[in-house]
Structure formats: structure tokens, C-alpha cells
Design a protein around this ligand. Structure first.
Ligand code: SAM
Length: 250
């Protein structure tokens, strides 16, 4: 009899602190991520930051010290929300555009841990003192500014959860994806063989797995070189360090 994954693997726990709890689970309730939650591979707790507001207007923010636009989330309220959650050895992550850009490498590390506590910012952001006092890790999902941390949190959680054991159907599919070997993915094709006058590259129909693999590697290298010279340079440096520089690149 096959064992249920949830019987053998410990649940990965996500706690999300937000001013918009209705935004969750959002997309995380769908497809393989939603199914994984039902199977108790991961669990989601949502905490409404506003529940920790002290005054009768339930204000959570105040004007920035030193002036400037917008409002700042107050440290005492943010800390009370964070402290209401059982730590369980989890990192506390503050989603912010000024954070360290999220990478697949960091996603893998986070997925391998017990889970995450995620703080979603709003307004201009969060008082610096609570970031320091609660040793929050500042994470960005890209060089652009969203109105709040909720979509960023969902993006990060989705990236982590899909790597948990038992979530992806085909165990290989995560290993062959963009970033896993430092390169972007090769182009994908499926039937029909010809569509609007465009053909699937012959090599992919050849059945020669060696040729296919080397075509895919070439494509990955070309695409990465053109689109992400930073990744391509790191890939070349790694290749140099591991094998000696016997690989031909221009
Ligand atoms: N004043 C901030 C700045 O200049 O960096 C931008 C604040 S933004 C309007 C409000 C909230 O959205 C942030 O506190 C953060 O939680 C979230 N956010 C916006 N862009 C993000 C990004 N690229 N990555 C992660 N979180 C982001």
C-alpha cells in the first residue's frame, strides 16, 4: 500500500502577517499548491496585523520621523503581531523592494527548513527598529514597487511550496528548470509539429537523446548569455573552477 506523504513528512508551516488577511490563501489555494495544503504538506496561518492596534480607530501606522511622504507601520504593533505567532525555528521575512532579491537558491534553502513567518508591508513600509529587533530577513521579489507585500509573499510561498516533497508530480521537473544549473530554460515545444508555418526544431524529433541534450544545453547558454549576462558569467566562472577551462565559449 502506498504511504500518504503527509504521514511521513513534517508539515511546512507558513504564517503570514498582513493588513489584508482576505487576500489569503488567494492563488495558493489553487492547483498543486492548494492540493498540497489539503494533503497537509504545508499549512497556512494568516494573522491580521490590525488586531494588534491599540487605539479605538485601530490605526497601525503613523507619519515618518523626519518628514517625508506616506505612513510607516508602527514597531509596537508589528512586534505584537510577530510575537503572537509560534516561532517554530522559522525565519521571519519582511517583504520589501529594498531587500535581498529572492533567488531559486534561497527558495530551496527556505523550502528545506521548517517554514516561514512572512510580514507583508503596506504604506511606505515598516519601522526599522522592529526589523532589527526581530532579526527580520528583508527579501525583494524584484526591482519594482508593489502597493503591498501580499503578492510578494504569495510568490515566495508558491516558489517554496512547489519544492516540498510530494508537491510536484514529476520529481525531475524541478531539477531541469531555469536557475537550477545557473542557466535559463531552453525553448519548449509540443504538438502540433507545424503551427502557423513554424516547425518544431528537427533535432527534438530525432529521438537521439544525446543530440537533444546538447541542443538544449546550447540553447540554455545562448539564452542566458543574451538575457542574463550576470548569470552567464557566474556559470562560466563555475565551469572554469570545476572542470578547468576546456569548454569552448566565445
Ligand atoms: N517605500 C518603499 C520603498 O521605497 O522601498 C516601498 C513601499 S511599498 C509601496 C509597500 C510594501 O509593498 C512594502 O513595505 C513591501 O512589503 C511591499 N513590496 C513592494 N514592492 C515589493 C517588492 N518588489 N518585493 C517585496 N515586497 C514589496
Amino acid at each position: 500500500m502506498s504511504e500518504n506523504v503527509s504521514d511521513t513528512v513534517k508539515t511546512w508551516n507558513a504564517s503570514v502577517l498582513t493588513l489584508f488577511p482576505d487576500a489569503f490563501p488567494g492563488i495558493l489555494s489553487q492547483s498543486i499548491i492548494g492540493a498540497a495544503q489539503k494533503n497537509r504538506i504545508w499549512a497556512l496561518e494568516t494573522v491580521d496585523i490590525r488586531n494588534f492596534a491599540a487605539n479605538k480607530h485601530r490605526n497601525v501606522d503613523d507619519t515618518p520621523a523626519g518628514g517625508g511622504p506616506g505612513m510607516v507601520i508602527k514597531p509596537d504593533i508589528a512586534a505584537a503581531a510577530i510575537d503572537s505567532v509560534a516561532p517554530m525555528g522559522r525565519p521571519i521575512i519582511y517583504m520589501t523592494p529594498r531587500g535581498t532579491p529572492l533567488t531559486q537558491k534561497r527558495v530551496r534553502e527556505l523550502a528545506a527548513g521548517p517554514g516561514l513567518i512572512v510580514f507583508c508591508g503596506r504604506f511606505e513600509g515598516l519601522d526599522q527598529r522592529v526589523i532589527e529587533a526581530r532579526q527580520m530577513e528583508e527579501v525583494s521579489i524584484g526591482d519594482f514597487v508593489l502597493a503591498g507585500g501580499e503578492i510578494a509573499a504569495q510568490a515566495m510561498l508558491e516558489a517554496c511550496v512547489r519544492l516540498l516533497p510530494g508537491v510536484l508530480g514529476d520529481a525531475c521537473s524541478a531539477e531541469q528548470e531555469s536557475f537550477e544549473d545557473g542557466l535559463l530554460e531552453y525553448p519548449l515545444y509540443t504538438r502540433p509539429r507545424e503551427w502557423e508555418g513554424r516547425n518544431i526544431p528537427e533535432v527534438l524529433l530525432s529521438g537521439d537523446h544525446k543530440k537533444i541534450a546538447s541542443w538544449q544545453t546550447e540553447q540554455k547558454e545562448e539564452i542566458t548569455k543574451a538575457r542574463r549576462p550576470d548569470l552567464y558569467k557566474a556559470y562560466l566562472d563555475r565551469a572554469k573552477n570545476t572542470k578547468g577551462d576546456n569548454h569552448e565559449h566565445d
